[in-house]
Design a protein around this ligand. Structure first.
Ligand code: WQD
Length: 339
C-alpha cells in the first residue's frame, strides 16, 4: 500500500510518517514545499526508522507540479493531507493568503484523487471548527460553531468540500480527523516541532522559556470562567495523533467504514488549564518557569476538550501517552535542539 503524505516535513506529518513506517504496512512518499518547516526532517525520520522518505518539494497550489508527482509516484492507495497554514493570529492578519493556500491546495488534491483514482483520503481537520462551545465534552455530533479565525474557517470549508466530493461516489472514501491540541515529540527525542517561525502555541513556548531561549512567557488571561481562571484545552501527544492516522487508513483499507465520509475527534478527553500545564512542567522537569499573568489573547475560547469514544470504538484507537510523556518528550527534543 502506497501512501502520499502532504506536509510530511511538518510537525504532525513527520510523526505520522514515522508511525506509518513502523507499522510495516505502508510505502510512504511526501509532498512538502518546506514553506512552514525546515530541512533535515527526512534525515531525522531516517535516523529513527532506518527508512529514507522521498519528499517532493512542490507547492500543492501548483496543479501541474502536483499532478506530476502523481504521474511519477502512482498508483497511490491513500493520501493523508496535512499541508496547510495553521497559525491562528497570522490567519487573522492575512485571511486571503490562508483561504488561497489552504483551499487551493485541497482542491488540487481532490482533483488528483479523481484523475489518478486515489480511493482513500484522510483530511487533517481541527477542533477549532467547533468554535466557542457550551456543551462539554465535544463529540462529533457537536455542531460546527462560528469559526474564531480564517484558519478555523478554512478547516470548516475543507470538511464541506470533501463531504460534497464524497457524495454519490462508490469508489472513494474519506475520513476527517479533528485534532485537539497536538503537543510533545517522538519519544526518542530525535524528532519534534521545529518551525522556522516564532511559535505561538503554549507547549513550544513553555519549552523555549524553560530552556532559556526566551526570558519569560505570559499566561493569556486568568479571569475566564474556569476552575483556575485560565483557559482549558485538550492536549494530546503527537504520536497518539500519528497512530490514529495509521488506524484510520487501516479502517478504510479494510472497508470497515459504513459511510464514505467519516469524522473523528482526536483528543485525550482530559481538559488541562494553562496554569496546570505550567505547574506540571515545573514538577516534571524540576525547572522553574519565568511567567507573568497577562491579558486575554483575542480569539481564545475559555474551554474545549473532547469525547473521543467514537475513535476508540470504531478505529480501535486510544491515547497511549499522558501529560508526563507530553512534557518529557517535548523537553528531551528541546534539549536536543540546544546541542
Ligand atoms: C492554548 C492555550 C492560550 C501561549 C490552536 C489552534 C488549533 C491548533 C493548536 C492547529 C490558550 C494559552 C498560549 C502563551 C498562553 N492548531 N497560551 N501563553 O489556541 O488552543 O489552538 O493551536 O492545528 O487548531 O486553534 O493552542 O497552544 O496557541 O493556546 O497562555 O504564550 O494556551 O491563550 O488558552 P490553541 P495554543
Amino acid at each position: 500500500m502506497k501512501i502520499l503524505v502532504t506536509g510530511g516535513n511538518g510537525y504532525i506529518g513527520s510523526h505520522t510518517l514515522i508511525q506509518l513506517i513502523k507499522s510495516n504496512e505502508f510505502e510512504v512518499v511526501s509532498i512538502d514545499n518546506l514553506s512552514r518547516s525546515t530541512r533535515g526532517t527526512m534525515d531525522r525520520i531516517e535516523k529513527i526508522t532506518g527508512k529514507h522518505v522521498v519528499n517532493h518539494e512542490v507547492d500543492l497550489c501548483d496543479k501541474e507540479a502536483t499532478f506530476s508527482v502523481f504521474e511519477q509516484e502512482g498508483p497511490i492507495d491513500g493520501i493523508i493531507h496535512f499541508a496547510a497554514y495553521k497559525c491562528v493570529p497570522e490567519s487573522v492578519s492575512k485571511p486571503v493568503m490562508y483561504y488561497r493556500n489552504n483551499l487551493n491546495s485541497l482542491l488540487n488534491i481532490m482533483e488528483a484523487c479523481e484523475k489518478y483514482q486515489v480511493p482513500n483520503l484522510i483530511f487533517s481537520s481541527s477542533c477549532s471548527i467547533y468554535g466557542e462551545v457550551t456543551q462539554l465534552p465535544v463529540t462529533e455530533e457537536t455542531p460546527a460553531g462560528v469559526a474564531a479565525c480564517p484558519y478555523a474557517h478554512t478547516k470548516q470549508i475543507g470538511e464541506g468540500m470533501i463531504r460534497a466530493f464524497c457524495e454519490g461516489k462508490s469508489n472513494f472514501n474519506a475520513i476527517l480527523l479533528r485534532y485537539f491540541n497536538p503537543v510533545g515529540a517522538d519519544m526518542s527525542g530525535l524528532n519534534g516541532e521545529l518551525s522556522p517561525d516564532t511559535p505561538n502555541n503554549l507547549m513550544p513556548i513553555i519549552m523555549e522559556t524553560g530552556i532559556g531561549k526566551r526570558p519569560s512567557m505570559t499566561v493569556f488571561g486568568t479571569d475566564y470562567n474556569t476552575r483556575d481562571g485560565s483557559c482549558i484545552r485538550d492536549y494530546i501527544h503527537v504520536t497518539d495523533i500519528a497512530n490514529a492516522h495509521v488506524k484510520a487508513l487501516q479502517f478504510l483499507i479494510n472497508h470497515k467504514n459504513t459511510t464514505n465520509c467519516e469524522v473523528f475527534n482526536l483528543g485525550s478527553g482530559n481538559g488541562i488549564s494553562v496554569l496546570e500545564m505550567l505547574n506540571a512542567f515545573e514538577k516534571i522537569t524540576g525547572r522553574k518557569l519565568n511567567y507573568q499573568l497577562g491579558e486575554r489573547r483575542p480569539g481564545d475560547i475559555p474551554a474545549i476538550y473532547s469525547n473521543s469514544a467514537k475513535a476508540k470504538a470504531l478505529l480501535d484507537w486510544e491515547c497511549q501517552y499522558g501529560v508526563d510523556e507530553m512534557i518529557l518528550s517535548a523537553w528531551k527534543w528541546q534539549e536536543n535542539l540546544k546541542d
